[in-house]
Design a protein around this ligand. Structure first.
Ligand code: AMP
Ligand code: GLY
Length: 424
């Protein structure tokens, strides 16, 4: 099978790395890829927002299967266009992708299907939003309705903070994504993510992970796309897992199918484990970044037939096997991320950080001859397997310490909740 992966982040490097191990693969392309993906796939410089260019590449290279990574391409309907051109594609339809693209869409589905989530209201003007805020009080959560790279959410502990977030949103801080604002009840609990393949009718649950969204140690600082993760997340006990499938995942899959917009792709449920059970925080219509990095390290099965069966509606009968190990990843980011940061700083030692148990996935990197340069906010994902979360964490940081990059930073406490629980 000739496969094209779309994207350039750590998630896409991880997907490509895993796909590259499939005996079904004959040739792997990645567009546009990054400074690490060229070792396992052919990087193709391409503007992935231009769907006609993607289709032209599929035709020129006789691609059998396209795997779309990033949310922006899901929401833009790249999957629909690639399929319309006659190619198999792992990517939900634009209609089903609204699960991620519009928080209001997901909230309406939750109402319709009785899926447990935070109470909310939606506003298209500042005065009404502020009036609702004053009536509700704090803590409260303010969200830009559209996509904002994980940065459009303010968990406000005070009315003043919420007020500022509402004013910012309507003032255009998130562009068109902030033209509508969702105000939500604050849910108290621990967050966990569940990943489920869904072929429109059948599901194949993958696994759990816990991300660390804040920029700095101790879960402080601004929200980011994710600074580190581990998998599986033991906080999701078998009972909670089953409850989540029954009360969240299945109603979503059935609700979308009943609406005539079946979901085909990976369903990424962000959940809050509250005193009254698991409640949905949000859906993403694609794999997580950096959760994919830990998932692929743990996956013993061949990923390619699973992704293909998801896209073709033939998941029934497929199973997935995991290594009996934990995986943990940390993000090395350019100083300043998620705010403004420099580009072009040199990274040394990345190639020496890997070992039998450790793999370095690239995100915002670029090669310049023999030099490796940082090109983005999130830049490298040092990922390790271990028999415990602690062992995986120790292996990750041993890898990180081999990397010399004065312009970079990372969190030093990824996995802390689970380590605290297990008394480490
Ligand atoms: P989202 O982009 O919707 O995932 O929100 C980003 C982060 O904000 C989530 O991962 C949570 O940590 C937090 N968050 C979002 N909604 C709520 C909520 N209703 N209650 C508490 N925390 C929330
Ligand atoms: N790690 C968070 C995300 O992929 O949205």
């Amino acid at each position: 099978m000739r496969v094209l992966v779309i994207g350039s982040g750590g998630r896409e490097h991880a997907l490509a790395w895993k796909i590259a191990q499939s005996p079904l693969l004959s040739k792997l392309f990645i567009a546009p890829g990054n400074g690490g993906t060229g070792e396992i796939a052919e990087n193709v410089a391409l503007d992935i927002t231009d769907h006609a260019s993607v289709i032209a590449l599929c035709q020129a290279e006789k691609i059998d299967f396209v795997v779309v990574g990033p949310d922006a391409q899901v929401v833009a309907g790249l999957g629909d266009d690639v399929r319309a051109a006659g190619f198999d594609c792992f990517c939900p339809s634009k209609a089903a992708g609204q699960l991620e693209g519009s928080k209001g869409f997901t909230k309406a589905l939750c109402d319709e299907m009785g899926i447990p989530t935070a109470a909310y209201d939606r506003f298209d003007n500042e005065a009404a939003a502020l009036a609702y805020l004053y009536a509700q009080g704090a803590p409260i959560v303010i969200k830009a309705d559209g996509l904002a790279a994980g940065k459009g959410v303010t968990v406000a502990m005070s009315v003043e903070e919420a007020e500022a977030a509402i004013i910012d949103c309507f003032a255009g801080a998130f562009g068109q994504s902030g033209a509508e604002v969702v105000i939500e009840e604050f849910m108290e609990g621990e967050e966990v993510s569940l990943f489920v393949l869904c072929d429109g009718a059948d599901i194949l649950p993958l696994t759990t992970a816990q991300d660390h969204k804040r920029a700095f140690d101790g879960d402080i600082g601004p929200n980011t796309g994710g600074m580190g993760a581990y998998s599986p997340a033991p906080v999701m006990t078998p009972d909670i897992y089953q409850e989540t499938l029954d009360r969240v995942i299945w109603p979503t899959v059935r609700g979308l199918a009943a609406r005539g917009t079946p979901y085909q792709g990976v369903l990424y449920a962000g959940l809050m484990l509250t005193a009254t059970g698991p409640r949905l925080v949000e859906y993403n219509a694609r794999f997580g970044d950096p959760e994919t990095q830990v998932m692929v390290m743990r996956m013993a099965s061949d990923i390619l037939p699973l992704l293909h069966a998801t896209a073709k509606g033939t998941l029934a009968g497929h199973d997935v096997v995991w290594k009996d190990q934990y995986a943990l990843t940390i993000i090395m980011a350019t100083k300043g991320y998620p705010g403004s940061y420099s580009k072009g700083s040199e990274i040394a030692g990345a190639a020496t950080a890997g070992s039998d148990h450790v793999h370095v996935f690239h995100a915002g990197t670029r090669r310049d001859g023999a030099r490796l340069l940082a090109e983005g906010g999130r830049v490298l994902n040092v990922t390790a397997l271990g028999s415990s979360i602690l062992e995986a964490q120790q292996r990750v940081y041993a890898g990180v310490d081999k990397i010399v990059w004065p312009e970079g930073f990372c969190r030093r406490d990824i996995g802390w909740r689970e380590l605290a629980r297990s008394g480490v």
